[in-house]
Design a binder for this molecule. Structure first.
Ligand code: ZN
Ligand code: ZN
Ligand code: ZN
Length: 603
C-alpha cells in the first residue's frame, strides 16, 4: 500500500447502503430523501468505526503471532502495542497518540465491552460514543460486573430497555456512569475521588490577544457558579449592549478581581439592579436541584440526578445532602393520585435537595422563564388533593381504576402544573426534550405538547405529565413559530414515556424518557387523559381491568421498584446467556433488525 493509492470510494455503489445513486441529481431529492441519506452516512460512520476496530485488533494479533518467534526481551506488550500503533498511524495519517488511543479502545471493545461493540456494527454508536463509555467504565475491575454493565448498556443503546433511542455523547456517558455507580459503587467512588483530586485552574493563551481560564471543580459547585453568573447578569438593564456570554465573562472577571460589575448602557434612565444588596438577594435564591429516592439518603446505591449534569452516585448524593447549604424536601408521587389525599405521614418516596432558601420568583432562579414558579405552591399541591376527582369517569360507563394520576394542575390555575408535576416532568426528561439539546431541564420552559386552551381548558391539552415536556427557550420558540415542526408525547402499555419530534422536512426522531429509572412507580400508574384516550380507541376495558392498585405506602412503591428491577434482571439473565451462546446473541441482533425492518423509527 502507498498513500497515493487511489480511493475506491468514488466508484463504489452506495445505493445498497441507503445512499442515493450517483446518477441521481440531488436537486430531485426531497428533504426527507436527503435526511435518509444523511442517516445512512451516520450508520456508515458507526459501521466503519466497528470495522476499523476489527482491523486494528487483527493487526495487533499479527504482531503478537510474529513476536512468538522473536527473543523474549522483544515480546513486551508495550512493544507490540507500539508496533501496531505505528502501522495504524501510518495508514490513518494520524498522530501516534490517536493511533494508540484507537488501539486501546479496540482492545476494550474485544475484552470488556463486546456487546456494546456490536451496537457499533448496527450503526447505533460511533467511536466517539464508544470512547466515552470506555472512559466511564475504566475503573470497573470485576469481570462479571463488567459483563453485566456491557450487556445492560447494549440493551439500552438498542432501545430495548429504557434507554434513549437518540443518543448524544453526553447522554451515552450518562447511561454508562449510572450503571457503574449502581453496579460497582467502589469503582465510581475511586473514579470520583481521582477526578476530585485533579481539580485545578487552567490558563491558556488564545489568538487575538485573548486567553482562557478554566476552573475544574465538582459538578455541583460549577452548577452553582454558573447560576450565580446568570444571577449577576440578570440585573443588567435592557440597554446593556453585551451578549449574555460577554456579560458572563465580564461578571466572572469582576468577581475574581473584586472590582465592580457595571451596566454598560449609555442611558440616563439605566434600570440595572446590580448593587451588592440586589446581587445578594438574587444569589440567595439560587437553587441546584438533585432528585433521588429516599432510600439513597439512607445509604442505598440508587443513583440520583443532578440537574444540569446528569446521574450521580448514591454516595455523591449523600455528600451533597451533607453540605451546610443543602435543604432536603420530601415528596410522594402518591400526592398526584386520585381519589384521596394521602392521609398517613409516609411521604418520603423522593427527596429534592436544594441550595439556599426556596425562590420567591422563578425569574430569579430560572432567568428566562416568565411563568410563576410552581414550587411556591408546594403546600398547595397537597391542598389540591380532592379537586380533580369529579371528571375521572372513563367512557362506556366502566368504572375508572381506583387510583390515577390526576392531581397535576394548580386548582387556582389549570394552566400551571403543581410542584410535584413540575418536578416529575423536568426530572423525567432531564434536559430539553429535543434530541441532542443538553440544556438543563430546570433552565427550560415546561411546554404543553398539545396546546392548552385558555378559554376552555377541557378542549385543549391537559396540564399533566402526559402533556408536559421541558423545552429550552430556543426550541420552544422553534416549535411555536416553525411551520411543520411537531412534537408528541405518549405513554406505552408498559407505562413508559415516549416523545417524538418531526421536523418541517418530515424527519421524525423518537426517544424514550431518559430518566424513567428515577420514577419506577410511573410504569404502574396511568393518568386519566391516557385512559380517556384508550377508551376512545376501544382499548379501555382491558386497561381498566389491569389498572394498577394505588401504591399506598413507601413499601408498596418499593415493591414497584423491585418489580421493575426483577424485570430488568430477567432481561439481563437472558442476555447473559445469549452472550455465552453466540447463536442466541445473533438472535437478539436479528430481533432488533426485524424491529427496524417492520417500520420502527430508524433513529
Ligand atoms: Zn443600564
Ligand atoms: Zn395526563
Ligand atoms: Zn433545546
Amino acid at each position: 500500500m502507498t498513500k497515493l493509492a487511489a480511493s475506491a470510494w468514488p466508484k463504489a455503489d452506495l445505493a445498497s447502503v441507503g445512499m442515493p445513486s450517483s446518477s441521481v441529481s440531488l436537486a430531485e431529492l426531497s428533504t426527507g430523501d436527503l435526511a435518509e441519506a444523511v442517516h445512512a452516512i451516520k450508520n456508515g460512520h458507526c459501521y466503519l468505526d466497528w470495522r476499523l476496530f476489527q482491523f486494528a485488533l487483527s493487526m495487533f494479533d499479527h504482531a503478537q503471532a510474529v513476536s512468538k518467534n522473536v527473543a523474549v526481551t522483544q515480546r513486551s506488550i508495550l512493544d507490540l502495542e507500539a508496533q501496531t500503533a505505528l502501522e495504524l498511524q501510518m495508514s490513518l495519517d494520524s498522530t501516534d497518540h490517536f493511533a494508540r488511543s484507537l488501539l486501546d479502545d479496540a482492545v476494550c471493545a474485544r475484552d470488556r465491552l463486546p456487546a456494546v461493540f456490536s451496537t457499533m456494527r448496527l450503526g447505533l454508536i460511533d467511536r466517539a460514543r464508544f470512547h466515552r463509555i470506555v472512559a466511564e467504565t475504566q475503573l470497573v475491575r470485576d469481570d462479571e460486573t463488567m459483563a453485566l454493565i456491557d450487556q445492560t448498556l447494549a440493551l439500552q443503546i438498542m432501545g430495548l430497555r429504557g434507554g434513549v433511542s437518540s443518543m448524544s455523547i453526553t447522554k451515552t456517558g450518562h447511561m454508562a456512569r449510572r450503571l457503574v455507580a449502581e453496579y460497582d459503587p467502589d469503582a465510581e467512588k475511586l473514579d470520583r475521588d481521582r477526578a476530585k483530586a485533579s481539580r485545578n485552574v487552567g490558563f491558556q493563551a488564545l489568538d487575538g490577544g485573548m486567553a482562557q481560564i478554566s476552573i475544574t471543580a465538582t459538578a455541583e459547585d460549577v452548577r452553582l457558579v454558573r447560576q450565580l453568573l446568570d444571577a449577576v447578569i440578570a440585573g443588567l438593564c435592557p440597554e446593556d449592549p453585551r451578549t449574555k456570554a460577554q456579560a458572563r465573562s465580564d461578571a466572572a472577571i469582576a468577581l475574581l478581581q473584586r472590582t465592580p460589575f457595571t451596566c454598560q448602557c449609555d442611558s440616563d434612565g439605566c434600570t440595572a439592579q446590580i448593587t451588592d444588596v440586589e446581587l445578594d438577594a438574587r444569589a440567595a435564591r439560587i437553587v441546584v436541584h438533585v432528585l433521588c429516592d429516599a432510600t439513597t439518603l439512607d445509604g442505598g446505591d440508587q443513583c440520583g440526578y443532578l440537574d444540569g449534569y446528569g446521574p450521580i452516585s448514591g454516595d455523591h448524593v449523600r455528600q451533597i445532602a451533607e453540605r451546610d447549604d443543602s435543604v432536603i424536601h420530601q415528596h410522594d408521587l402518591n400526592d398526584l393520585l386520585e381519589p384521596e389525599a394521602q392521609s398517613d405521614n409516609d411521604l418520603d418516596e423522593a427527596a429534592v435537595h436544594r441550595k439556599g432558601p426556596r425562590p420567591d420568583s422563578p425569574d430569579e432562579c430560572r432567568a428566562d422563564d416568565p411563568r410563576p414558579d410552581p414550587e411556591i405552591d408546594e403546600n398547595g399541591a397537597a391542598a389540591s388533593a380532592s379537586d380533580a376527582g369529579s371528571d375521572t369517569q372513563a367512557a362506556d360507563g366502566v368504572s375508572p381504576p381506583r387510583f390515577l394520576i390526576a392531581k397535576t394542575a394548580l386548582p387556582s390555575d389549570p394552566y400551571r402544573p403543581n410542584l410535584l408535576t413540575d418536578l416529575v416532568a423536568r426530572f423525567l426528561w432531564g434536559t430539553c426534550s429535543i434530541p441532542g439539546c443538553e440544556r438543563a431541564a430546570f433552565a427550560c420552559d415546561l411546554d404543553h405538547v398539545a396546546e392548552f386552551d385558555n378559554i376552555c381548558p377541557s378542549n385543549g391539552g391537559p396540564t399533566c405529565i402526559c402533556n408536559l415536556l421541558p423545552k429550552c427557550r430556543f426550541h420552544h420558540l422553534m416549535k411555536t413559530h416553525l411551520t411543520g415542526f411537531l412534537d408528541d408525547l405518549w405513554i406505552d402499555d408498559d407505562g413508559r414515556y415516549h416523545a417524538s419530534v418531526t421536523t418541517p422536512g418530515g424527519i421524525t426522531v423518537e426517544l424514550l424518557a431518559p430518566n424513567q429509572w428515577l420514577f419506577p412507580q410511573l410504569a404502574d400508574l396511568r393518568c386519566r387523559h391516557q385512559l380517556a384516550q384508550q377508551s376512545a380507541t376501544g382499548s379501555a376495558a382491558s386497561t381498566v381491568d389491569q389498572a394498577p392498585e394505588r401504591s399506598q405506602t413507601r413499601t408498596a412503591a418499593k415493591h414497584a421498584r423491585r418489580r421493575a428491577e426483577r424485570k430488568a434482571n430477567y432481561e439481563q439473565r437472558a442476555v447473559g446467556q445469549a452472550r455465552r451462546q453466540a447463536a442466541e446473541e445473533a438472535a437478539a441482533w436479528d430481533d432488533y433488525e426485524a424491529k427496524r425492518a417492520i417500520g420502527e423509527p430508524p433513529f
